[in-house]
Design a protein around this ligand. Structure first.
Ligand code: HEM
Length: 301
């Protein structure tokens, strides 16, 4: 071995050993260089590429790919009509309504940590939130104001959709989905009203559910209700309240509808609503600006 080292015979054991060590050192050097490079240009690393998958430069193709390959952004079309998304056309009202729904879901979940839907606890929990829970008053008011605002924005959104004629072909179906969303938004508001179990909520729900007595066929005071065998103890009002008066069952039912069932149903309808906006060719745009030379004479019969 010692002789091998002195002479470094080609093919000898010592030569193989030295070559091995040199190779290893070169490998380490290359890796160190790679590490330095990736610190300088993280976008060139495999990790970066595996997350972002496409280069993000200003070329139209790459910009489109950037949208299409992102789980959140792919909900948007890769290309849109600039005029159709202008705020003075949409007022941003659909988007703001959705944003408020997210705020309501988030603050609602936090409120659930402090609220018990029972006659003994409910109003006490509200007082506790108002006076003792850190930021409880802020949390409750965020939920309340977002709820009021959502009612206003959903109406304004519907008004805008109407004004821009977006209920017409091919958007008739999405208009109907919108009508259901509107109803669900109102129901969310109505069921939330009872939850503080204060006088305001109690009487609002008493009056509101009294209207259900007059439901055709299903209410015991409605047209053909009695003929259908409806009484105060089996009609639609009874089903809403879980009894014939606004009491603990009504509170529990309002709570379950408000916190679980309606938000879930509304979430599903919103997903369908947004999907349909895409499938109907994106947001309807204002009529494109035309040169006089481009305007065709209407056909005469
Ligand atoms: C929870 C309620 C609702 C949410 C979150 C919502 C959300 C949206 C969003 C984000 C858009 C895209 C355009 C924009 O922002 O204006 C849109 C479009 C649309 N919405 Fe709603 N919407 C709701 C309720 C309604 C209601 C009540 C109606 C009508 C009865 C409606 C009918 C439509 C129609 C027809 C479009 C397509 C408009 C166009 O192409 O110009 N939506 N909605």
């Amino acid at each position: 071995m010692a002789d091998d080292l002195k002479e470094r015979k080609p093919g000898g054991k010592a030569t193989a050993l030295i070559d091995g060590v040199l190779k290893e050192v070169k490998g380490l050097k290359d890796k160190a260089l790679d590490d330095v490079q990736s610190l300088k240009k993280p976008q060139k690393t495999q990790l970066f590429k595996s997350i972002f998958r496409v280069t993000h430069d200003e070329k139209p193709r790459n910009r489109a790919l950037g949208i299409l390959s992102n789980v959140f952004l792919h909900l948007h079309p890769a290309k849109i009509n600039r005029d159709a998304v202008a705020y003075n056309y949409t007022w941003g009202m659909g988007g703001i309504t959705f944003y408020l729904f997210i705020v309501l879901t988030f603050t609602g979940v936090l409120l659930m940590f402090y609220y018990h839907p029972t006659k003994v606890q409910a109003f006490r929990d509200i007082l506790y939130l108002e006076h003792d829970v850190p930021f409880g008053k802020l949390l409750r008011n965020m939920h309340r104001w977002a709820a009021h605002l959502m009612i206003i924005t959903v109406w304004l959104h519907m008004f805008r959709v109407f004004l821009t004629g977006s209920y017409k072909k091919p958007r008739e179906f999405n208009w109907m989905v919108g009508v259901i969303l509107m109803l669900l938004t109102m129901l969310l508001s109505f069921t939330g009203y009872l939850l503080p179990d204060d006088q305001l909520g109690f009487w609002a729900v008493t009056v509101g559910t009294n209207m259900a007595r007059a439901t055709p066929l299903l209410g015991h005071e409605g047209p053909l209700g009695p003929e259908f065998g409806m009484t105060a103890f089996n009609d639609v009002r009874f089903a809403l309240l879980g009894g014939s008066i606004v009491d603990s069952n009504a509170l529990l039912r309002a709570y379950i509808w408000h916190c679980i069932a309606i938000p879930l149903i509304a979430g599903i309808f919103m997903a369908v609503h947004f999907w349909r906006v895409r499938k109907d060719g994106g947001i309807s745009g204002p009529a494109p600006v035309m040169l006089e030379s481009e305007i065709k004479e209407p056909r005469r019969f």
